[in-house]
Design a protein around this ligand. Structure first.
Ligand SMILES: Cc1ncc(COP(=O)(O)O)c(C=O)c1O
Length: 503
């Protein structure tokens, strides 16, 4: 495939702003009704390293995935004094009546005053974020939480079938701002599907996706292929693919859309805005989310930190990040190793040593929840900050727990892919440990659609421990508690009726 590579052009000139780090400025109040929402624009936004030891800031017209000076991750920061943020989150509901306007229809951009980095005319949206918070009593019973208190946030209802669209609309917008013509990502599957759909629907840029060999669920691979993405399958896993795509993007000036891109996480904050909106702006006790590259958890922490500092919420929910046992770097570092944010100065020797040992012992992530099969979560440091802000905990669950939870979600709701099952499995574990109380209000984030990974689902429901061909048996699963087996019947009406009548 012939990719036309185009050098980036700066779309805006950018006035230098002083660094405020994560401590937000005080700001004057605006009401949607009193002072009409003005165009969100780039002159109130800038990029700053998450490290408190570096004060250099960068304009939002720059394409960066880390601070060139300190090499740490970057945040998008705002001069809130100059942003017309509403005085109450309820004000955002007014946008519901304006659904013919794409940026008001979008479940991401209708909260755009909470991440005002883009001029409205540059916003790229394909109608993402029409997702649902479902009160889920079958799942509540499974987890041991009181009926009515457990909610599932279905991010699988996004256009590409996963939460990634929340972030990709923001990254695509930034790509559009800087005039990028080629974009790329490494992916366990959902990022590639999401980037590919934005490229194909908008036609604004080409995209090239890097995936690990044999490491991607078919539903996701089929999306990237169908949407016309240039798909590069490299020998290795996600971490290898990410390393390579970063090198390629650097050398060829391609716009990188992985979650090291700080603009992506700005869009992912909106998942929390929609959760709060669905709860009529009440704050739940817990947000439970699967942890892979830790973009979501990082974005959620930033969302709550900002809402609290803006005076838009009065308390912050607790955050539980759930690793797969076979890909448990965060769990190991946070719960076992005691690594903490430590006011922006985490003990990096701990994480460096962990990674050195991982490499020396050739330990590689391995889980059926392929979306979170990640060794080196790139947003580790931002996630530590989120855990600090949200008084968070980290847990690991095994593949069997993940798939039982996934089957429970499917039996009582809209279904999800394996990685998403980790959140309900994690909620159950935390309930058993007494960390979550039965009366707590708990929101589990379902990150991907049920149809993403049919192999895992069919493998579960046809589970037979003796069947060496079963996808799960091959992965070492020994039992499946909630199977719904298909019944084989001869093609004979009487035989079929016998079965139907016996149901
Ligand atoms: C379905 C699904 N769940 C969870 C994750 C992990 O999300 P994060 O990298 O934000 O931790 C991914 C990432 O690919 C995913 O596709």
């Amino acid at each position: 495939m012939n990719l036309q590579l185009t050098r980036f052009v700066s779309a805006t000139s950018y006035p230098a702003l002083s660094q405020t780090g994560f401590v937000l400025c005080s700001r004057s109040r605006f009401l949607f009704g009193v002072s009409p929402i003005t165009t969100t624009s780039t002159d109130v936004a800038y990029q700053a390293p998450i490290s408190p030891d570096t004060t250099t800031t960068y304009g939002v017209d720059q394409v960066l995935t880390s601070c060139p000076e300190s090499n740490t991750l970057l945040d998008i920061c705002y001069d809130w004094d100059r942003v017309p943020v509403p005085s109450s989150l309820k004000e955002f509901e007014k946008r519901w009546s304006n659904r013919h306007t794409p940026i008001d229809y979008s479940g991401v951009w209708r909260f755009r005053e909470l991440f005002p980095f883009a001029p409205e005319e540059k916003i790229v949206t394909i109608g993402e974020g029409q997702t649902k918070l479902q009160q889920a009593n079958v799942a509540a019973k499974f987890a041991g939480i009181n009926a009515g208190n457990l909610y599932l946030q279905y991010e699988g209802l996004n256009p590409s079938g996963s939460f990634k669209d929340n972030g990709m609309t923001a990254a695509s917008t930034h790509a559009n701002m800087v005039g990028a013509k080629v974009t790329a990502c490494a992916s366990t599957g959902n990022t590639s599907a999401s980037l590919a759909i934005y490229a194909s629907v908008t036609g604004l840029f080409r995209c090239v996706v890097f995936i690990g060999s044999g490491k991607i669920a078919y539903g996701k691979l089929s999306q990237a292929l169908d949407y016309g993405a240039a798909t590069i399958q490299i020998e290795g896993d996600f971490d290898d693919a990410l390393l390579r795509v970063r090198e390629v993007c650097e050398q060829e000036n391609i716009y990188l859309c992985n979650s090291v891109n700080p603009f992506r996480l700005e869009g992912q904050k909106s998942i929390m805005y929609r959760v709060l909106e669905s709860l009529q702006w009440e704050i739940p006790d817990w947000i439970v989310v699967p942890g892979g590259n830790l973009g979501n958890s990082s974005a959620f922490g930033k969302a709550f930190m900002e809402l609290k500092q803006l005076g838009l919420i009065d308390r912050i929910p607790r955050l539980a990040v759930i690793n797969a046992q076979g890909a448990n770097t965060l769990y190991q570092l946070y719960e076992e190793g005691g690594l903490r944010w430590n006011d922006g100065r985490p003990d990096v020797v701990k994480s460096d040593t962990f990674y050195t040992d991982m490499d020396e012992q050739n330990r590689r992530a391995s889980t059926l929840a392929s979306a979170i099969e990640i060794n080196r979560p790139v947003n580790l440091m931002k996630c530590l900050r989120a855990l600090d802000v949200c008084d968070g905990v980290v847990r690991e669950v095994n593949d069997e727990q993940i798939l039982d939870a996934k089957a429970t979600v499917g039996a009582g709701g809209l279904g999800c892919e394996p990685a998403s099952g980790a959140s309900l499995a994690g909620a159950k574990l935390l309930r058993e440990e007494g960390v979550i109380a039965p009366s707590d209000r708990v929101v589990c984030i379902l990150t991907g659609h049920q149809l993403k990974d049919p192999t895992a689902t069919v493998g579960y429901h046809t589970f037979n421990a003796k069947d060496k061909e079963n996808a799960l048996v091959k992965r070492g699963i020994t039992q499946a508690q909630f199977t719904n087996r298909p019944t084989p019947v001869p093609n004979d009406l009487e035989e079929i009726l016998k079965v139907v009548r016996g149901l």
